[in-house]
Design a protein around this ligand. Structure first.
Ligand SMILES: Cc1cc2nc3c(=O)[nH]c(=O)nc-3n(C[C@H](O)[C@H](O)[C@H](O)COP(=O)(O)O)c2cc1C
Length: 192
């Protein structure tokens, strides 16, 4: 396998591995949006990877502030770092809210109760509250934990390019992969 192909293979492989291992460095990544013409970013959990359609996915609360930002501006950058391997991925693409109700139900049903609880909270993420825990769901709501699905959403990032950087004492290496609409992969080595 050519070196470039090997790197791309490893990128997909490591992203996939991170789904099953919560302490994998790619399990949590930073995703950016545009908020009132200024950059914003936050950490999220990587929930799925689909190499065929070049899409990575996370879950969020439909009421959170990022939803409006995603609707207003579809461009995003997702940032990953593996400290041990010294690999940084900057994944650029289009971010969107997935409204496939079958998929939403399927993923909700597969979620653990602990994850579902976040979606029961009474106050929308980012809204002002008068004391620190005022947002929490009521104990009675635990009998209807599945009502949380109304606040649950799936966010997809369709990948357009990946900027891969590997720090190495023998010489850093950086390569950019661009994916065309015709499913072609074009790569360029660049100076790190
Ligand atoms: C380790 C970690 C993992 C997180 N995972 C998620 C996640 O998967 N989805 C999510 O919406 N927020 C997640 N958050 C919270 C977000 O970083 C953020 O605070 C929240 O989504 C509100 O963001 P917003 O105001 O930009 O919408 C996580 C935070 C941390 C520290």
């Amino acid at each position: 396998m050519k070196k470039e192909d090997q790197i791309l293979y490893e990128i997909w492989n490591e992203l996939n591995l991170s789904l099953k291992t919560s302490n994998h460095p790619f399990h949590i990544f930073s995703v950016s949006t545009i908020k009132d013409n200024k950059p914003d970013a936050r950490n999220v959990v990587l929930r799925s990877v689909d190499k065929e359609i070049r899409t990575i996915t996370f879950h969020t609360d439909k009421r959170s502030k990022k939803i409006k930002q995603i609707n207003n501006s579809p461009d995003t950058c997702a940032l990953f770092y593996d400290q041990q391997k010294k690999i940084q991925l900057r994944i650029y693409g289009k971010i969107s809210i997935n409204d496939d109700s079958y998929k939403i139900k399927e993923r909700w049903n597969k979620s653990r109760d602990m994850s579902k609880l976040c979606y029961l909270n009474k106050i929308s993420p980012g809204d002002k509250i008068s004391s620190s825990k005022e947002y929490l769901y009521d104990k009675d709501d635990l009998n209807n934990i599945n009502t949380g699905i109304n606040n649950f959403s799936i966010i997809d990032i369709n990948i357009e390019s990946i900027d891969f950087l590997n720090l190495n004492h023998k010489g850093h290496e950086r390569i950019i992969f661009n994916f065309t609409k015709d499913n072609e992969t074009i790569f360029n080595w660049v100076a790190p």
